[in-house]
Design a protein around this ligand. Sequence first.
Ligand SMILES: NC(=O)c1ccc[n+]([C@@H]2O[C@H](COP(=O)([O-])OP(=O)(O)OC[C@H]3O[C@@H](n4cnc5c(N)ncnc54)[C@H](O)[C@@H]3O)[C@@H](O)[C@H]2O)c1
Length: 439
Amino acid sequence: MASLPGSRRTSERPGRRPSEFATRSRHGSIDPSRLIPIDKSSAIGGGEDFNVVFIGAGNIMFGSPEGPWNHSFRLEHKLGPRLKVVALIDPNIERAAHVLQIKCNSFVVSAYGNTRVFRNLEEFIKHMNPRTDRPKAFIVGSPPMFRGTTQTGRDIEMQILKHFPGVAMFIEKPVATGPIAELQESFEIGKMIEKSKTICSIGYMLRYLKAVQQMKQILVENDLTVMSTVARYACAYESIAKPDWWDKSKSAGPVIEQGTHFCDLSRYFGGEVDISTVTAHSLEWYENAGHLSKMQIDESKILEENRIPRVTSAVWKYSSGAVGSFTHVVGLQGTNYSCELEVFADGYSLKLINPYVQPVLHLRKPGDDYEQIITFPDDDPFFSEISHFIDIIEDIEEEPESSQILSSYDDAVRTYELTWAIREASERSRKAKEQKSTA
Ligand SMILES: NC(=O)c1ccc[n+]([C@@H]2O[C@H](COP(=O)([O-])OP(=O)(O)OC[C@H]3O[C@@H](n4cnc5c(N)ncnc54)[C@H](O)[C@@H]3O)[C@@H](O)[C@H]2O)c1
C-alpha cells in the first residue's frame, strides 16, 4: 500500500512491508526512489503557519546566476501557503530589504508580507512577538566566518540553542572557516546540538542526489566494502569573480570553501578518515605551471602569503583501511566545472560525473567489462535536502528510513577537519620543498 507524499506519520501501519533497501540499508541513506523531484511534489498539507527565520540574505538564500541554489524557492515549494518568513536577519539591511521587495512583488507574497528585517539575532529577539513570531526553523546562510565557533558574534548556533531551545536549524556548509585552532569549538557545538536533540541539517546537498543514493543502494544491496574513493574537482576559475574566494585569509582556501563538497562525499562513502594519514601537495601561484591567464580579479591586491594554490592533491587512509584521494584544480575557464567521484569495491566501480549540473553514474559490475551509464533527469538535491529537513520537523514519514537528515553538524565538522588537514598537509609539503631548495 503506497502512502500519499506528505501524509503524517501514523506510527507502525499494519500490513506495510518496508522495501528491501529499507530493511537492509544502514542509517544515513535514503531509498533513491523516495527522492521526489520538485515538480512532482506537492506542498505539504496541514493548515498551520510554518514560521521560518532566514539568517543571511545572500545568494544561497535567494539564488544567483552562478548556480541552482536558492533555499527560499525550495521552501516556498515545500510549504506552500503555510510558509511564513517572520524575519530576515542580515547586517546588510539594504540587501535584505531589496530581496524582500522582490518577493513581495511576486506571487509568493503570502510568505513575505509580514517579514521584518533585522541586523542581528538580538534585534529579532528584542522585537519578536513570542505568540506569533516563534520560528519552527532557522535557515542559516550567513558566511561561515561568522559561525561555527563559541566566540561572541561568531556563535549563531549557540545563540539559537540558547534562545530557541528545540527549534530546528538548517546550516550551510562549511560549518566554519576560521583558523584551525578553532576546530575544537566547532566539535563542541556539534556535541551541544546532539545533546539537546535539536534537529539540525548541514547543506551538503550532494548527499541527497538520486545518483549518490543509488550508489549507496548498490553498495548496501551487494554487501560491498569500499576499497577506494577517487575525487576530482576542477572549477572554472574564470567565472569566480569574488575577491574573497581568492584570498586564503578570507575564505580559507578552495579546498575548505569549495572542495569541501567532494571531501564530504568521499567521507560519505569511505567512512571516517584517519586524519594523521593525510598527505598532500600543491601547485602554487608563484610556480610556472600555476600561472592563470583569465583571472577576473586583481591578485596583486591579495597578500602573497594569502594567495590560493592552483592545484591541491591529497591522499589518505580511512579507518576501514580504504584509501581516499582528492584533487582540486583551479584551472578551467568558461563557466562549467568538471567534477567526478569514483568509488571502488570488489568487482565494482561507481563513477559519478557532473553532479552539480547533470549527474551521470557510470557503473561497472562483475561479469561485464563495460560500464552501464545511468542518468538522473530532473533531480534537485537542494529541494530534497530541504524537503527531508521539513519532513523531519513535521514528523512526516512514509517508511522508517525514508525521511532522513544525511548531514549532521558533528559529521560536517569532520569534513571540515579533513579539508583543514589537506590544506595543512599541502602547506607542510610546500615548506619542506622550499627549505630543501634553499639548503
Ligand atoms: N551548498 C551550496 O552549493 C552553496 C552554494 C552557495 C553558497 N553556499 C554557502 O552559503 C553560505 C553563504 O554564501 P552566499 O553565496 O549566500 O554568500 P553571500 O555573500 O551571497 O551572502 C551572505 C549574506 O550574509 C550576510 N551576512 C554577513 N554576516 C552576517 C551575519 N553575521 N549574520 C547574518 N548575515 C550575515 C551578508 O551581508 C550577505 O548578505 C556560505 O557558507 C556558502 O559556502 C552553499
